[in-house]
Design a protein around this ligand. Structure first.
Ligand code: HEM
Length: 557
């Protein structure tokens, strides 16, 4: 690492020095006040450290400084302006395309902090699989998420603790278990369609004979549906968001995960001040979070208590098999590997990781289908040909096999996930000296994978890499393939890879398939504004900035 002198050490030395001088120079040989001494000591260490770290080391000593890199850097801020003003992963995607490289691109940001972008399958496999535990999530990200998710959920823990949790949670996410959740996904898809039908008939009533607008917000409905699904499948508790978005549970969830202006201001403050201080600042959001969190945590604790009681009762009666939990909470409890607080943190993690991601994928899917009517029509034909049950029939039910065998549905979903990449980038920092693609990477180096960049590289996906073409996921006989025609697994970064790749990928795909099939069978959708400008939100999940409104025609599904 460029410097092993941490800021905390500098504060400590500066604070201790006046006392040390008083002891070492008895009789007040030393005249300055304690404050003056502390400030002088602080500056005497801090300024040289700053000059070394921000100017001398990165430009003259860093082993990374000769790697391919973007031009036009600000002297102290490197590429910071672009990083802050463009969507996540986007500047890096451009460099990946334009700067010749052997798997790594180097750039600098605030005060010349050093970053690497991984650009080749070899670099990605080194960093995400072979050396996965040499790279950890950056403390700034972990610190700000820990406030909301709790510090001990699988998304944020590292090293042995992560291995232990992953092992205990994996059974809940294996396909043999996920396939049992498809009926639940389908039921919630049906609830969503019924609720949209009701919204349309309300609109019809209000339009009093004139043509009703039949316009609905896709992101609004998919977000409510995916929350109910992850609530039921994750913790065995529906948020009832589809039925009633004003209920207290749903509102608490919305408060905690809101990405409003105050959340962004607090996020920026976290960069410069300690987390504990920022949490105490008198922002209304700080109080709201505490209140909403205590409600959600209490709900989780009650559910844990209930499950433990059911399980104990079943043990007593010698009928364990009647407690056949299908939700993730039930399976985590059965593993015996988690404390109650540990489980609460997992539940908050699954709510966060499993809700907006899939809702966003669904919203992008509807945009893609509206923009490609031929794909839209073909998908509906294939769904009809598969003879899925009528989504408006309250008794209707499906099985995983029925949905998963529809090759064109799988192809459309895979292409949506590739082209629109809901999680556009992931971030790491080297926790020890390591190597990637034989390049020495010092401890402390920041590492970014631009998943959206990799998913659009012509060297991996061919010249039509930017086109929406579901056919690439079908082989000549029309069967689904899992590579999209790319030669390496690492060409597709939608769910990342390795020990820290998305544990919920099968869950997400099953849920996405049911929601998409239900929507396409129930309605024909067209864009309200054909020329809408599509901008992405800047957050960890790339949503459509102004949401997506479509005009629906109900179909006899
Ligand atoms: C389309 C939907 C989804 C996408 C695109 C997605 C993508 C990702 C990505 C890229 C990561 C790696 C993050 C990193 O390395 O920093 C990740 C991790 C994770 N995802 Fe997903 N995800 C989706 C849905 C879900 C669902 C539905 C769940 C849960 C039910 C889930 C749970 C998780 C968890 C727990 C992790 C952390 C895994 C670990 O660190 O071991 N995700 N996801």
């Amino acid at each position: 690492m460029a410097s092993s002198v941490s800021k905390r050490a500098i504060f400590f030395v500066a604070a201790a020095l006046p006392y040390a001088l008083e002891i070492l120079t008895p009789g007040h040989l030393y005249q300055a006040s304690k404050w003056q001494t502390a400030i002088v000591a602080f500056l005497a260490i801090f300024i040289p450290r700053f000059i070394w770290l921000s100017i001398i080391y990165p430009f003259y000593f860093s082993p990374l400084r000769h790697l391919p890199q973007p031009k036009q850097n600000s002297l102290l801020f490197g590429q910071m302006y672009r990083i802050l003003t463009e969507s996540i992963g986007s500047p890096q995607s451009q460099w990946m395309r334009e700067i010749p490289n052997d798997g790594l691109i180097y750039y600098r940001t605030l005060f010349n902090t050093e970053w690497l972008v991984l650009t080749s399958p070899k670099a990605l496999s080194d960093a995400l699989t072979t050396k996965s535990y040499d790279l950890i999530k950056p403390p700034i990200i972990v610190g700000s998420l820990a406030r909301i998710l709790g510090a001990s959920g699988i998304l944020l823990v590292e090293n042995e603790e992560h291995k232990h949790q992953r092992k205990n949670l994996l059974p809940a996410f294996q396909y043999r278990h996920i396939k049992n959740l498809y009926p639940l996904f389908w039921n919630k898809a049906r609830d969503m369609i019924s609720a949209i039908d009701r919204e349309l008939s309300e609109k019809k009533k209000k339009s009093e004979g004139s043509v009703p607008p039949n316009i609905v917000s896709v992101d609004h409905w998919t977000s409510r549906a995916t929350l109910d699904i992850i609530g039921l499948a994750g913790i065995g508790q529906s948020f009832n968001a589809i039925e009633d978005e004003t209920n207290e549970l749903y509102q608490s969830y919305q408060t905690i995960f809101a990405q409003d202006r105050q959340a962004r201001i607090l996020g920026v403050l976290n960069t410069f001040f300690p987390f504990w201080l920022v949490r105490k600042l008198p922002f209304p959001r700080n109080y709201q979070i505490v209140k909403a969190q205590s409600m959600l945590q209490k709900m989780c604790l009650d559910l844990i208590g209930q499950k433990r009681a059911n399980s104990a009762a079943a043990d007593k009666e010698g009928s364990r098999e009647i407690v056949d939990d299908i939700d993730i909470l039930g399976i985590a409890l059965k593993s015996g590997g988690f404390s109650d607080q540990g489980i609460i943190d997992q539940l908050m993690t699954f709510l966060a990781a499993g809700h907006e991601t899939t809702a966003t994928a669904m919203t992008w899917a509807m945009l893609a289908l509206c923009k490609h009517p031929n794909v839209h029509n073909k998908l509906r034909e294939e769904l009809r040909a598969a003879k899925l049950p009528n989504i408006r029939d309250t008794e209707s039910q499906i099985f995983a096999e029925q949905i998963d065998q529809i090759a064109y549905l799988q192809a459309v979903m895979n292409e949506v996930l590739r082209v629109y990449t809901p999680v556009p980038a992931t971030f790491r920092v080297a926790q020890r000296d390591t190597t990637i693609c034989s390049q020495f990477v010092p401890k402390g180096t920041m590492v970014l994978t631009s998943s959206v960049g990799t998913n659009h590289l012509s060297t991996l996906w061919g010249d039509d890499c930017d086109e929406f073409n579901p056919e690439r996921w079908l082989d000549e006989s029309g069967r689904a393939n899992t590579s999209g025609g790319a030669e390496s697994n690492y060409a597709n970064m939608t769910f990342s890879h390795g020990p820290r790749g998305c544990i919920g990928a099968s869950f997400a795909k099953g849920e996405f398939a049911c929601l998409l099939a239900a929507w396409v069978l129930a309605y024909d959708s067209v864009l309200v504004d054909e020329n809408m400008k599509v901008e992405k939100t800047p957050g960890i999940v790339s949503r459509i900035k102004d949401g997506l409104d479509v005009k629906l025609t109900s179909l006899k599904a």
